[in-house]
Design a protein around this ligand. Structure first.
Ligand SMILES: [Zn+2]
Length: 272
């Protein structure tokens, strides 16, 4: 058996944008126009952040505006720590507080279960990763570009393909779109939408979205939708003779078996 992606596709594309800034409104508009989806990583307690962090921080959306913007467009809200510190320099207690308080606030304010994350400043160490696990976080995005399209081995070290300012962006996305793959591939773009204002380069994301969006062979998904899908595939229950497959998850799963495409709907048992 070999995993396929949603609707039997071989490619998925996702975005991840940080800090909940006002420019996300324009970004979401572009994403929606071209059918792209992604994840927005929010700090819910910036008023308690250290002075030097608050000074470098950009204008953020109100919780009310953020909620309607992200959720009405089908995007995901994930955590980014309470006050955006460098987590790896904090005590274990402080790390736990930063994660669980951000989860608690976001879950209460947005009415979602928030188990996804992006590392503030992209920095972490082994202790941070270990604590994330214990706080129920299932994936966390780094800022380490892979310039590739592989799924992560460790979802708590979820490395993106590249940042939107990467000089190879067009080359990479053309390769992703034009290549016929035999195994599922993921294009993962990250950034901050305020950078488009500061660098006066909104055309970067507009051209990217126009080129890669609205294609039949690409699944456009949030980070969590991809995580949940891969988990559901990995959790398929298979009989000893490999002829009966049961999908106990809440998402439909597609796979290849002896070159034939199958779909096991959520909760369904199928006979190959
Ligand atoms: Zn950030």
């Amino acid at each position: 058996m070999r995993m396929l992606l949603k609707d039997g596709k071989m490619k998925v594309l996702t975005l991840s944008y940080d800090d909940g800034v006002v420019q996300d409104a324009r970004l979401v508009e572009i994403m929606s126009k071209y059918g792209l989806k992604g994840t927005f990583n929010i700090n819910s307690g910036m008023e308690f952040a250290e002075e030097y962090i608050r000074r470098i921080f950009r204008k953020t959306l109100s919780t009310e505006d953020a909620k309607s913007l992200y959720l009405n467009s089908g995007n995901e809200v994930a955590i980014h720590s309470l006050t955006h510190p460098h987590l790896e320099v904090l005590s274990e207690e402080e790390i736990i507080y930063e994660i669980t308080e951000d989860r608690r606030n976001i879950e209460k304010d947005y009415g979602v279960i928030a188990k996804g994350m992006a590392y503030p400043f992209g920095t972490y160490n082994e202790t941070v990763v270990e604590i994330l696990k214990r706080c129920g976080i299932v994936y966390s995005r780094t800022v380490n570009s892979t310039y590739g399209f592989e799924f992560p081995e460790n979802w708590l070290l979820l490395n993106p393909t590249c940042h939107h300012n990467c000089e190879k962006l067009i080359e990479l996305v053309e390769k992703f779109v034009e290549t016929k793959y035999s195994f599922p591939k993921m294009f993962y773009l990250w950034g901050h939408s305020y950078e488009f204002d500061e660098n006066d380069n909104w055309e970067v994301i507009e051209k990217f979205a126009e080129f890669v969006g609205n294609r039949d062979d690409i699944w456009y998904a949030t980070n969590m939708e991809i995580y949940e899908y891969v988990k559901a595939y990995n959790n398929l229950v298979v009989s000893i003779d490999r002829k009966i497959v049961h999908n106990s998850s809440s998402v439909d799963v597609w796979f290849l078996h002896q070159d034939k495409k199958y779909c096991a709907r959520c909760g369904e048992t199928i006979y190959l």
